[in-house]
Design a protein around this ligand. Structure first.
Ligand code: NI
Length: 167
C-alpha cells in the first residue's frame, strides 16, 4: 500500500468531475486500499478519489469510533433523500477549516463495494453527511462552496498563504 498526496483547496484539480468505474479490478482495489491508508494516516473519516487526483468515482469512509469499519462506495448513486440537517464539516483538502453545511438528513445510496457487488444503504446522521460530502467531491465540489463568497475568499487566501509558508 502507498500513501497518496492529497490535493489542497483551491487546487483547480479538485473541480474535476470523476468518471464511473467500468470494472472493479485489482487496480481499483489497490486504489481503494491506498485511499484507506491515506485517509487513516491523515486522521480523516472520508476520502474521495478526486482528492488524491484520481478522477474515478471511488469513495472510502470510516465514521466508526474505533476506526476499524471501512466503507467503500464505487459509482455511488443517490437513490433518495429526506429532511435537512446542519452539521459542522471539515475536509482533508481544506485543512484547519470547519463550517456549518446543510444537507439531507437521511439518504438511500446505491453503490458497488470493493468486490464490485451492488449494495443499497440507508444512512443518517454523520454517515449521511459524510457520504454526501464525499459524493460532492466526485462532482468537483468542495464543501466550502456552500459558504458565502466572502468566507470562500477568506479561506482561499488563508490556504494560499499557508501553502507559500510551507514551501
Ligand atoms: Ni472532503
Amino acid at each position: 500500500m502507498a500513501l497518496l498526496p492529497i490535493l489542497h483547496y483551491p487546487d483547480p484539480r479538485l473541480h474535476t468531475r470523476a468518471t464511473p468505474v467500468g470494472n472493479v479490478d485489482d487496480e481499483i482495489r489497490r486504489l481503494v486500499d491506498d485511499m484507506a491508508q491515506t485517509m487513516r494516516a491523515a486522521v480523516g473519516i472520508g476520502l474521495a478519489a478526486t482528492q488524491v487526483n484520481v478522477h474515478k468515482r471511488v469513495i472510502v469512509l470510516d465514521v466508526s469510533e474505533d476506526q476499524q469499519h471501512l466503507q467503500v462506495f464505487i459509482n455511488p448513486r443517490l437513490v433518495s433523500s429526506e429532511g435537512s440537517v446542519e452539521r459542522e464539516e471539515g475536509c482533508l483538502s481544506v485543512p484547519g477549516i470547519y463550517d456549518q453545511v446543510t444537507r439531507a438528513e437521511s439518504i438511500v445510496v446505491e453503490a458497488l463495494d470493493r468486490d464490485g457487488k451492488l449494495f443499497t444503504l440507508r444512512a443518517e446522521g454523520l454517515l449521511a453527511t459524510c457520504i454526501q460530502h464525499e459524493m460532492d467531491h466526485l462532482e468537483g465540489k468542495v464543501f466550502v462552496e456552500y459558504l458565502s463568497q466572502l468566507k470562500q475568499n477568506r479561506i482561499k487566501n488563508k490556504l494560499r498563504k499557508r501553502a507559500r509558508e510551507t514551501l
